[in-house]
Write a protein of this length. Structure first.
Length: 203
């Protein structure tokens, strides 16, 4: 009888321990599931935040083509949507070349960017359009060459009466009535000996 009682007691203890273990496992599973839910929730929130941030980033337009327009004798610039990007203030304008347009204001020439901003102030008596990132300009009856920042990179002498745009690294230069060619360092590489000269062109 005593043996049977002990067996029953042992079986009861085993049952209790088993139930406790099951409860533990369930609790752990529940916690793990909750953690997964939290992770997924955080991930979804993160994705939503990223999407919201991305939607707030301004998209820079790539179409910055401008056109010259004239009202009451003055030129301005508009984009393809018709928005005025530069006021009607210029007496003459050149087509864009290398991202800049030559503009004349009160008898002096400068350059305007495709954003409608004057990047090189009107200060020259004559100018050519930019080509190969260089522009030929004339001031105080002396020709020189400037870069895209408006800095003089080649200062020529008074004997130069005419100068062409750069093409393939060379510009035609007229000295004492004859044409030759100089490079981007301002050095004569083909001596003046021609009655006329043109640009070097790609075949």
């Amino acid at each position: 009888m005593e043996l049977k009682s002990n067996i029953k007691l042992l079986l009861l203890v085993i049952s209790i321990v088993s139930l406790a273990c099951s409860a533990n496992v369930s609790a752990e599973n529940l916690a793990a599931q909750q953690e997964v839910i939290n992770i997924n929730s955080d991930s979804d929130k993160s994705k939503t935040n990223l999407a919201q941030e991305a939607s707030l980033i301004p998209q820079k337009g790539i179409d910055i083509v401008l056109s010259q327009v004239k009202i009451d004798g003055k030129w301005g610039f508009i984009n393809k949507s018709g928005k005025l990007l530069s006021m009607y203030q210029f007496d003459e304008v050149f087509p864009f070349s290398n991202g800049l347009s030559a503009v004349n204001q009160e008898g002096k020439w400068g350059f305007l960017s495709t954003e409608g901003k004057v990047t090189i102030l009107p200060q020259f008596d004559e100018v050519h359009s930019f080509n190969e990132d260089l522009a030929v300009v004339k001031s105080n009856n002396i020709w020189c060459v400037i870069n895209m920042d408006g800095k003089v990179v080649i200062q020529l002498w008074r004997g130069v009466s005419k100068l062409s745009d750069f093409s393939k690294g060379l510009a035609a230069v007229k000295i004492d009535g004859k044409w030759g060619y100089m490079n981007k360092d301002g050095k004569l590489v083909i001596q003046p000996s021609f009655n006329d000269a043109g640009l070097f062109l790609v075949k």
